[in-house]
Design a protein around this ligand. Sequence first.
Ligand code: NAP
Length: 523
Amino acid sequence: MPHVVTQACCADASCVYACPVNCIHPTPDEPDFLTSEMLYIDPATCVDCGACVSACPVGAIVPGHRIEPQDERYLEINAAHYEDVDVAQSPVRFPVDARLRLPLAPISKPKPIEIPGGGDIRVAIVGSGPSAMYAADELLRHPNVYVTMYERLDKPFGLARYGVAPDHLSTRKVMALFDEIARNNRLDILVRSEVGRDIALDDLRRDFHGVIYAGGAKTDRRLDIPGIELENVASATEFVGWYNGHPDFADRAFDLSHRKVVVIGNGNVALDVARILTSDPEDLASTSISPVALAALRNSKVEEVLVVARRGAADAAFTLPELVGLADRGANVTVDPELLAPELLASAGTSDDPTISAKLEILAELSQRPTQSGPVIRFGFLRSPQEITANADGSAAGVTFGINRLDPLRGGVEPVGETETVEAGLVLTSIGYKGVEVPGLPFDGARGVIPNAGGRVVDGDTPITGVYVTGWIKRGPSGFIGTNKSDSAETVAQLRADLEAGLLSVPTPVASPRRRLGRALAR
Ligand code: NAP
C-alpha cells in the first residue's frame, strides 16, 4: 500500500529528493509549490520503499497499511491531488514511466566554493529560526564555508521553538534536524547577541564575506478598529509566545475567566490558539507548553472560542491538513449554522479545487456533528470586525461585526449593511505576522519585507553588496517551516554566485566574533 503524507507536512521537500520514483509533488521547482497546502504522494507510482519516511524531518509520512484511523482522510487527500490530471498538459513532471525518470536532485559531492584568491569563506546569519538553519545547512555543504549565527534570545531556532504549538509534537521534531545542523563545527550560534544592539550590521558587513538577514516577521499585523486598545484584547502572536514560553511574552497575563473568546482571522495560527484554549490541560501537561500558561489553562473558564473570518468558507485561510487534524483528532469543533456561509452546504464537494472541496465537505460535516461537553470551537464566516465594545471598566465586552455576503459576480464578499455584536471576554486578533524595519536596510513597509531579488537585498534596482535575506522577512509570512529550505537555497545560490564572481571580500585577519562579543554558544 502506498505511503501517505499527513498533517505535520512541513514542505521542506526532503522527501521529494529522497523518492526514487518522483512520486511526491509539488516539487520545489513546480509552479504550485509555494501555494500548495502540503505535499502529496501519488498512490499510483509510489513503490512503497519508505525512503521518504527516513527523509522527512517531522514524521509526517506513514506507510498506508499502518495509518491510524484519525489520519485515514489523508489517503484520499493524497490521491485526490493526482485525480483528473492531464499528464501531457500538466507542469508537474509525472513519472509516466518511472524507469525513464531523470534524477530530480542529483546529490553533488560537497566541494569548496571557489573564490578569486582562494581561501575560507565567512558568512554571518542574523537570526537562528528555520530559514536561518536551512541557510546554514546549505552553506555548510561547502567545506570552506564558516558560519556565525547571531541570535538575540538565549535559545536558538526561533519560530520552530516559540511559534509551533506545543501539541504539534511532530512539527516540533524539526528541532532535532536543527540540532543536527547546529552540531557542525563550522557553525557558531552566538546567543544573547542582537545585531543592532550588541553588534552593528556594518561590522558584520566588514568582517564577513556575506550577511544573510533571517530575522523573520517579528510582529503582528495590527487590526485598526475602535476598541483594539481595550484590556483583554491581544494578538495571537502574543498569546502563542506566552504559551510557548517566549521570553518577550513571559510577563503577559491572559484573562481566561470569561466564558467566551473571539479569535479574529481563521489562518492556521487562529486554529492553534483556538485548539490550545479548548484542549484538556492534562493533555498539554506532557508537552513543552509554558508552566505559567498550563496553570492558567487549568483554571480557565472558557467555554467557547469563536473563530471568525471576513470571507466565506471556500476562502478559509487555514490549510486542509490542519482542518483534518482538528476534525479527526477529537477536537470539539462545530460550524454554527447561523454563521455558516450560505454557499457552504450547497457547494461542498463541487469545487474544482480538491483542497477547497475537501475543506467544504469537512466543514459541512462539522456543522452536523453534535458537540461534546467541554469547551467548543465554533467557526464563523462572512463577518468583518468593526469594533470591540467595552465594559465600564475598560475591558472587552464583545465584538461588533459587519455581515457580508458572497459577491458571485466579482468574487469576494460585499457588506449587506447589517451588523451583529457577539459577547467576548477575551479577543485575540490573528490576522497575520509582519516584518519590522531593520535600521540600515531598505524596507517595504506595506509588505513588511526587505526588498530583494531572489534573496539579494536591493535598494530600488541597486543590489546592496554582500547583504541577503531569507525566510519571512524575504517573502512575507507565508508557507510552512520547510518552505524555508528551498527559499534559503535560493538565497545561498545568489551569495555563492557573488562570491564566485569576486564581488565579496573581507580584510584578513578578522577578530573572532565569538571572542569579540564574549557570547555564549548555543551548543
Ligand atoms: P494567515 O494564514 O495569513 O491568516 C490571516 C487571517 O487573518 C485570514 O483569515 C485573513 O482573512 C485574516 N485577516 C487579515 N486581515 C484582516 C482584517 N483586516 N480583518 C479581518 N480579518 C483579517 O496568517 P497566520 O494564521 O498568522 O499564518 C501565517 C503563516 O504561518 C501561514 O502561512 C500559515 O499556514 C503558517 N502556519 C502554519 C501552521 C501549521 O502548519 N501548523 C501553524 C501556524 C502558522 P483573509 O483571508 O480574508 O485575508
